[in-house]
Design a protein around this ligand. Structure first.
Ligand code: GRF
Length: 227
């Protein structure tokens, strides 16, 4: 069974969808701990689900290095296989990133390498791009960088505001992160410290809800988009 730690800072909708997917799709995984760096809705929601939680505020540590080290130590105590970042709004330093190389995964609301950082939806609209989406990637020491694991795209329409676009991308997020977890649990994807190997690039083993959402828009790391 895969053991996960999930790091959050906000509403926690991706974390909850991962928890729901484990339950509903009987994924051979468990969320060992949800850590946040602030009091937030997501931590309360996780606790309400009976998931172990810990709030570790940056202000309780001398510097970011000490904060990262404490989080790393807490994660190590849980003996997890993977650390999923799900709206964790702080940059993890290279010591932390190296410690969890090949195990540290992030979800970012753009088609990386486009629009790293914040306000991705407004920036996509301002740039006039026709295609936007979400990326799951291995984390390295650079911001929103690291080998791609999977992406899903959507078309930007004339009427999209940043808020509308964020909602449309979030619907993709809520399917693609569980699909990546499922794929790890079934060993259909292998993560290396600096690379990603899909053994079968297919959604065929995924539940219908995931297939319905992702089939029209999945992008594998080699750029192919077949299902
Ligand atoms: C998501 O858009 C995620 O892609 C980004 O932060 C947001 C977190 O949302 N990294 P939630 O807390 O999971 O609802």
């Amino acid at each position: 069974m895969i053991r996960l730690a999930i790091l959050i800072s906000g509403r926690g909708s991706n974390m909850l969808h991962l928890a729901d997917a484990i339950e509903n799709y009987k994924i051979d995984a468990t969320i060992a701990l949800v850590i946040s760096n602030k009091d937030c809705d997501g931590i309360a929601l996780a606790a309400a689900q009976g998931i172990a939680t810990k709030v570790m505020k940056r202000s309780n540590f001398d510097n970011s290095l000490a904060h990262d080290a404490a989080i790393a130590s807490t994660i190590e105590d849980c003996h997890v296989d993977y650390v999923f970042l799900a709206g964790y709004m702080a940059i993890l330093g290279s010591v932390f990133v190296d410690q969890f190389a090949g195990k540290l995964i992030n979800i970012h609301p753009s088609l990386l390498p486009a629009f790293k950082g914040l306000y991705t939806h407004q920036r996509a609209i301002d740039a006039g791009v026709k295609t936007h989406g979400v990326s799951i990637h291995l984390v390295n020491a650079a911001l929103d960088d690291g080998p791609l694991i999977l992406q899903a795209s959507l078309g930007v329409t004339e009427t999209d505001t940043a808020k509308v676009l964020a909602g449309r991308v979030l619907q993709l997020e809520h399917q693609i992160y569980p699909f990546v977890l499922l794929s790890l649990a079934t060993q259909n994807v292998t993560l290396l410290p600096d690379g990603v190997i899909w053994h079968a690039k297919t959604l065929a083993a995924a539940p219908a809800e995931i297939q319905n959402v992702l089939a029209p828009c999945v992008i594998w790391p080699d750029g192919s988009s077949h299902q």
